[in-house]
Design a protein around this ligand. Structure first.
Ligand SMILES: Nc1ncnc2c1ncn2[C@@H]1O[C@H](COP(=O)(O)OP(=O)(O)OP(=O)(O)O)[C@@H](O)[C@H]1O
Length: 749
C-alpha cells in the first residue's frame, strides 16, 4: 500500500513547544497496547487502575525521553564569546508541558531563547535610525551606478596584467589574512594543487562516457518542456511553477537522466540544477511505479537548508503526480518526527549525510535496499569538505546497482575523489564556463586600504544608501560567526534590523532567520559561508562581501545569491590589500570582460570601483565608537540570560532524569556517525592503518561498533530480513485496520 501523501512543509519538522501530546511519536507503547489496556480496564476496575497508572508513567517517561531527543537536535555549543564559558544559546527550551501550549509543568511559560532585539531595545537601539546625511540617499534609486567607476583590467591598479608579481606582494602583505578563523570555509584549497593533480587524458577517457555523449547532450536545445517528452502531470507542475522553457542545464541533462545514465553535471549558480535532477526523477517514479511502498531515490546535500529547499521544489514539480511522497532526513530537525515519516518509506528522501546514516542504522523500519537513484547535490563540496567518511559509509549501505547523478556549480573534483562513488561511465555535462558570475550582475569593489576599523560604519552607510526603506533583501557575508553576531548588535544600536545565519544557530533559529528575511521583516541577513551555496531566496537584491572569501570559487557562490534566474543584482565587496583578495578582484574583472565579449549588450555585467565618502563613514564610526561599551553590555547581558536559561534547563533535565531514570536508561543507545568519538576513532584508525596493514574499512567499523558498546555499525542481512518482516507485518496490520475503518487507499498510481 502506498503511504499517504502528506504535504509536509519545512516547518512541520521544527520541534515546537506547542506540539500536542498526540503528535508525540509513540516510542515504547504501540497503539495496540493502548487499546488492550482500555479493554482490560473495562474487565477489571482494580487491574485497570494499575494499568492506567502504568500507561501514565510510560507517557511521562516518553515525554522526558522525547525531551532528551529534542535536546539532541539542539546545538549546545553555541558560543559567541571566545572565552571558556560553555554558554549555550541554541537552547530551545524543554518540552515539559502537560498539554498546555506554552506552559511549563506548572503552567508557567517556558522561555525558549534569549530575545537579543529586546536587549538591544532596552539599551536604546533598534528604535531610530542613526542620523547620516540624507540628501544623497534620496537620489540613490534613480542614479544607480553613478557613484562608481568602471574598473580597469588591473582592478585598483592592482596589476592583474602582471599576475606574476604576486609572490613579491605576498611578502609585503602576507600576514593580513593568515590567521582568520574562518568558519565553514568551502573549498579553500581546491585549486591550490591544480596542475600537479590534474586528471590525465587517459584517466578521463577510462572514467567518463565518450566525449561525444557530452557534446550531444550540450547541443540539445529545447524551447519548451513539451519537447522533452515529459508526462502531463509533470508539465502541469512545471507550468504552475512558471517554468516555460528549460534552462541549458535542464535541456542537457534531462534526456540523459531519463535514459538511466550516470551524470556528472556542473552549471553556474542559479541555473536551475535542482529541477534538472528532480524532473527526471519524478518522471521515472511515475512511469515505473513500485508495487510496495519503498524509498527509491536518495538526494544527498551538504546542508539542512538546501535539503528543505530541494524538497520544496520537488513537491511543487510533483504536485499533480498522484502519490509521490517526500521525506527529509536532516540534522537539526526533530529526529522522532523524521523517523515516523521515514517509516512510511517515502519515494524520495532528501538527506544530509550524517543524519541519513543515523536513520539507516537506528530506525529499524527505514530501509534503503530499494534505492534506484542517488543524487549528490553540491557534489564537489561534499567530496572535499570532510564528508568522505560518511560518503563511503553511505556507498556501502546503498545497493550497487543504481543511477548516480552528481550536480554542482563548480564541479572540479578529481577522478580519484569520484572513484569511491562507484559511478558507471558518467556523462560529463558542464554548462557555461565554470568560472563566471551571472551575466546581469553588477560587481562593485570598495578598496579598504588601512581602514579596516571603519568597516562596520561603511556597512551601515552603504545599506542605508542602497535601501533607506528596508525594502531590499541584502545579504552580508562575514568570515566569522562571532562577527556576524556583533555586527547585528552594532547595526541594531544604529537602528537597523538585521538577522544572522551561521553554523552556531539551532535549526529553529536558522529557519526563523531565513523566514524573517524572506518576508522582509528583517531585510539584512548577516551570514558566514554556510549560506553561500545553494540557498535560493528569491529576490536578493544585494550581496555584500564584508570580508572577502578565500577563493574566487567561494566568491562566485556568494555573489550567486543575487542576479538569479536572469534577474539583475548587485554585489559590493570590501577589498583588503592581500594578494588573495586582489586576485579575486582580478578574476572577477577578467571574467566580466570575457563574458561581455560573447553576450548581447542588455545582458552584460559590470565590474565597478565604488566611490565612498569616507568623511561620512568617519562620522558614523564616531557614533559606533561611542556605543562600544553598550555593545559589550548587550553581549554580556545576553550571555547572562543564556546562562540562566541553561541552568533552568539543567534543573528540569535533572528532575526528569530522576523521575524517569529507569525508562530512560532502558532505551537502546543510538549510534551517531558524526560523534566526536567516532571522528577520533576514524582518525586513530587512520593513523593505525598507516603503520599496520590490517585496518580495512570493515574492521574499522567493527572496532567502532565495539567501542560504541557492541551495537552493530551496519545492518546485517539478518537485521534487514527482520526489519522487512516487521515492517510488512506492521503494514498489514495497518492495512487491515484502515480497511476495517473503511479508509483503505487504492492501488499505487
Ligand atoms: N526552467 C526554469 N524556468 C524558470 N525559472 C527556473 C527554471 N528552472 C529553475 N528556475 C528558477 O531558478 C532559480 C534557481 O534555481 P536553482 O536553485 O535550482 O539553481 P541552482 O543551479 O541549483 O543554484 P545553486 O548552484 O545556487 O544551488 C530558482 O528560483 C528556480 O525556481
Amino acid at each position: 500500500m502506498a503511504p499517504t501523501t502528506k504535504k509536509f512543509s519545512a516547518l512541520d519538522f521544527v520541534p515546537t513547544i506547542s506540539d500536542s501530546e498526540s503528535d508525540v511519536p509513540d516510542l515504547d507503547l504501540s497503539d495496540n497496547e493502548e487499546e488492550e489496556v482500555s479493554e482490560e480496564q473495562a474487565a477489571s476496575q482494580a487491574k485497570g487502575k494499575k494499568e492506567k497508572k502504568k500507561v501514565q508513567e510510560k507517557k511521562r517517561a516518553r515525554e522526558a525521553v522525547d525531551d532528551e531527543d529534542a535536546h539532541e537536535d539542539i546545538n549546545d555549543d553555541f558560543k559567541f564569546e571566545l572565552d571558556q564559558d560553555d554558554v549555550s544559546t541554541g537552547f530551545q527550551g524543554w518540552d515539559f508541558h502537560n498539554g498546555d501550549a506554552n506552559g511549563g509543568e506548572d503552567g508557567e511559560a517556558v522561555k525558549k531563547d534569549v530575545d537579543l532585539d529586546k536587549i538591544i531595545r532596552r539599551k536604546g537601539g533598534l528604535i531610530k535610525m542613526a542620523h547620516v546625511e540624507d540628501s544623497e540617499e534620496e537620489q540613490e534609486e534613480s542614479k544607480s551606478d553613478d557613484d562608481d567607476d568602471e574598473l580597469a583590467m588591473d582592478g585598483f591598479g592592482m596589476g592583474s596584467a602582471a599576475k606574476n608579481d604576486d609572490e613579491e606582494e605576498e611578502e609585503e602583505s602576507g600576514e593580513e589574512n593568515a590567521d582568520e578563523d574562518v568558519e565553514e570555509s568551502a573549498d579553500e584549497s581546491a585549486d591550490e594543487e591544480e596542475g600537479a593533480d590534474e586528471d590525465t587524458p587517459q584517466a578521463i577517457s577510462d572514467f567518463y562516457a565518450p566525449e561525444s555523449e557530452s557534446a550531444e547532450a550540450k547541443e540539445q536545445t529545447h524551447t519548451n518542456f513539451n519537447s522533452l517528452s515529459l508526462s502531463r502531470p509533470v508539465l502541469k507542475g512545471l507550468s504552475n511553477l512558471g517554468y516555460t522553457k528549460p534552462s541549458p542545464i535542464q535541456s542537457a541533462t534531462i534526456p540523459i537522466a531519463l535514459l538511466g545514465k550516470d551524470i556528472i553535471a556542473g552549471a553556474v549558480t542559479g541555473s536551475g540544477k535542482t529541477a534538472a535532477f528532480m524532473i527526471p526523477i519524478i518522471e521515472r517514479l511515475l512511469f515505473k511505479p513500485a508495487k510496495v511502498a519503498s524509498t527509491r531515490v536518495i538526494v544527498l546535500t551538504p546542508t539542512r537548508e538546501l535539503a528543505i529547499q530541494i524538497s520544496d521544489v520537488g513537491k511543487k514539480i510533483a504536485q499533480f503526480v498522484p502519490d509521490i511522497t517526500f521525506g527529509l532526513a536532516v540534522g537539526g530537525l526533530n529526529l522522532r518526527q523524521q523517523e515516523q515519516q521515514l517509516k512510511l518509506r517515502p519515494d524520495i528522501v532528501i538527506a544530509t549525510p550524517g543524519r541519513f546514516i543515523d536513520h539507516v542504522r537506528n530506525s529499524s523500519s527505514f530501509n534503503v535496499d530499494s534505492v534506484e537513484i542517488l543524487v549528490m547535490d553540491e557534489a564537489d563540496r561534499m567530496l572535499e569538505e570532510g564528508f568522505q567518511d560518511e560518503l563511503s559509509e553511505i556507498m556501502q549501505l546503498l545497493p550497487n546497482k543504481r543511477q548516480n547523478l552528481l550536480f554542482s556549480a563548480t564541479m572540479n573534483s578529481k577522478i580519484k575523489q569520484l572513484v569511491s562513488l562507484s559511478l558507471r561511465k558518467p556523462v560529463r555535462i558542464m554548462i557555461n564556463p565554470p568560472k563566471q558570475a551571472a551575466s546581469k550582475l553588477v560587481q562593485e569593489f570598495v578598496r579598504i586600504r588601512k581602514r579596516d576599523h571603519l568597516k562596520p560604519a561603511l556597512l551601515f552607510n552603504l545599506i542605508r544608501k542602497l535601501d533607506n526603506m528596508g525594502q531590499k533583501r541584502i545579504v552580508v557575508f562575514v568570515a566569522r560567526k562571532e562577527l556576524a553576531h556583533r555586527l547585528r548588535v552594532i547595526l541594531g544600536l544604529l537602528g537597523m534590523k538585521a538577522t544572522e545565519l551561521h553554523g552556531s544557530l539551532s535549526q529553529e533559529q536558522r529557519l526563523d532567520s531565513v523566514t524573517k528575511f524572506k518576508s522582509l521583516e528583517v531585510p539584512v541577513l548577516i551570514c558566514t559561508d554556510l549560506a553561500s551555496r545553494g540557498l535560493d531566496i528569491p529576490k536578493i537584491e544585494v550581496v555584500i562581501n564584508y570580508d572577502m572569501p578565500k577563493s574566487y570559487e567561494i566568491y562566485l557562490h556568494r555573489v550567486g545569491r543575487t542576479a538569479r534566474a536572469g534577474r539583475e543584482g548587485r554585489s559590493i565587496s570590501f577589498v583588503g590589500e592581500s594578494t588573495q583578495e586582489r586576485s579575486i578582484v582580478r578574476d572577477a574583472i577578467y571574467s566580466v570582460e570575457n563574458v561581455n565579449k560573447t553576450v548581447a549588450k542588455g545582458q552584460r555585467g559590470k565590474a565597478l570601483g565604488r566611490n565612498v565618502d569616507w568623511t561620512k563613514v568617519e562620522d558614523t564610526n564616531a557614533i559606533i565608537e561611542k556605543s562600544a561599551d553598550t555593545v559589550e553590555e548587550i553581549l554580556e547581558e545576553e550571555k547572562q540570560e543564556k546562562e540562566i536559561l541553561r541552568a533552568e534547563m539543567q534543573i528540569r533535565k535533572g528532575e526528569n532524569m530522576l523521575k524517569h531514570k529507569k525508562e530512560i536508561q532502558s532505551r537502546p543507545k543510538r549510534t551517531w556517525f558524526q560523534s566526536e568519538k567516532d571522528k577520533q576513532n576514524v582518525k586513530l584508525l587512520g593513523a593505525l592503518s598507516k603503520t599496520k596493514k590490517e585496518s580495512n574499512s570493515k574492521q574499522r567499523k567493527r572496532t567502532e561498533a565495539l567501542e560504541e558498546g557492541g551495537r552493530s555499525y551496519k545492518k546485517t542481512q539478518h537485521d534487514r530480513t527482520t526489519d522487512q518482516e516487521r515492517a510488512y507485518k506492521k503494514q498489514r496490520t495497518g492495512n487491515s485496520r484502515s480497511a476495517k475503518k473503511g479508509g483503505k487507499k487504492g492501488g499505487r498510481r
